[in-house]
Design a protein around this ligand. Structure first.
Ligand code: PBG
Length: 325
């Protein structure tokens, strides 16, 4: 045959393929979510997240140092709160000596250059396992937002570089930005979980924090899986209210949303490759049904290709190790 175009030319060797690759995955683009628990020397396995652990603050420091050494420069903290400290007001979330605040302070003390991001929502602190204050079976918006704003200030005070509100209440980004400004935290960033869907893929995470909703589900605040234009509404609103980074969550089942958001905004777009997405790969790999290492790199690259600048993923460390070669 005499052909004018042979597309296989650009796929012929690894050198050529890497030269023309459109998407690159780098450790600095990854955010490692980390679960903090009380105690010392604790690395508690999470059953539904094989290979992942709840860490006491001392172990958290070790883990963060290891991540830093691999080029992963951002962590996203979640605290597992003992049952006796949970209530319906989020009081413990504001405790300057609370687990989250201690974890932030110790991390920033040991690794001042690390970018420390913190989850802002009430579910780990709530007797109901909901992201907000519950009244008459409803998750009330405005009272919740007040607590979230104070919680953000408390994290900023402890040294957080970014707060990451994951609650999906209306108006919280504006309220948080205003509270940070009023208290003089002009350098604290907001990574907004802007398009967060009411997904079943958060199941393993709720095991990790023992934070499953005690009644009902989260569909009155998290987004309906059926919608995509609504994601843009949420993203535009959060940017208007002061978000520095917007996030889409989950990631792989929502690549269309990541793509749409990326085309519409000028701020960095983050995607959260969530616990259920992690568990699916781990489970299939344990069964010998797919190659875990190849799956990790393929899937994270796909999330980047869809338009995510940053990816929060439980594979951050493993991916960084694989990328080192
Ligand atoms: C809670 C929160 C959740 C996740 C991050 N923050 C769970 C939920 O909304 O129920 C999910 C993360 C994951 O599944 O990896 N505000």
């Amino acid at each position: 045959m005499i052909l004018s175009k042979r597309y296989r030319i650009l796929r012929r060797s690894p050198a050529i393929r890497s030269m023309v690759a459109e998407t690159h995955l780098e450790p600095a683009q990854l955010i490692a979510p980390l679960f903090v628990t009380e105690g010392k020397d604790i690395r508690e396995p999470i059953l539904s997240m094989p290979g992942y652990f709840r860490l006491s603050v001392d172990e958290l420091i070790k883990e963060a140092k290891e991540l830093w050494g691999l080029g992963v420069k951002s962590v996203l903290l979640f605290a597992k709160i003992p049952d006796e400290l949970k209530d319906n007001t989020g009081k413990e979330a504001l405790n300057p000596e609370g687990l989250m605040q201690r974890a932030i302070r110790t991390l920033k003390h040991n690794l001042p250059e690390l970018c420390v991001m913190t989850d802002v929502a009430l579910d780990p602190y709530s007797t109901y396992g909901h992201d907000g204050i519950v009244e008459n079976g409803e998750i009330v918006n405005d009272k919740t937002v007040e607590v979230l704003a104070q919680m953000s200030v408390s994290h900023a005070e402890a040294g957080a570089d970014f707060v990451a509100p994951s609650d999906m209440m209306d108006g919280r980004i504006g309220a948080i930005r205003q509270a940070l400004e009023q208290q003089g935290y002009h350098q604290t960033g907001i990574m907004a979980y802007s398009a967060k869907y009411a997904s079943c893929l958060y199941g393993p995470f709720r095991d990790a924090l023992d934070s499953a909703p005690g009644f009902g589900d989260k569909k009155t605040y998290q987004m309906d899986v059926a919608n995509s234009r609504e994601a843009l509404k949420e993203v535009f609103q959060d940017i208007e209210e002061g978000a520095d980074i917007v996030m889409v969550k989950p990631a792989v089942a929502y690549l269309d949303i990541i793509h749409a958001v990326k085309q519409q905004v000028l701020v960095p777009v983050s995607a959260y490759h969530v616990s259920g997405e992690y568990a699916m790969i781990k489970a299939a790999a344990q069964m010998g049904w797919l190659d875990e290492e190849k799956a990790i790199l393929e899937i994270l690259t796909s999330i980047r290709r869809a338009g995510a600048d940053l990816i929060a993923t439980y594979f951050a460390k493993q991916a960084a190790q694989l990328l080192q070669g």
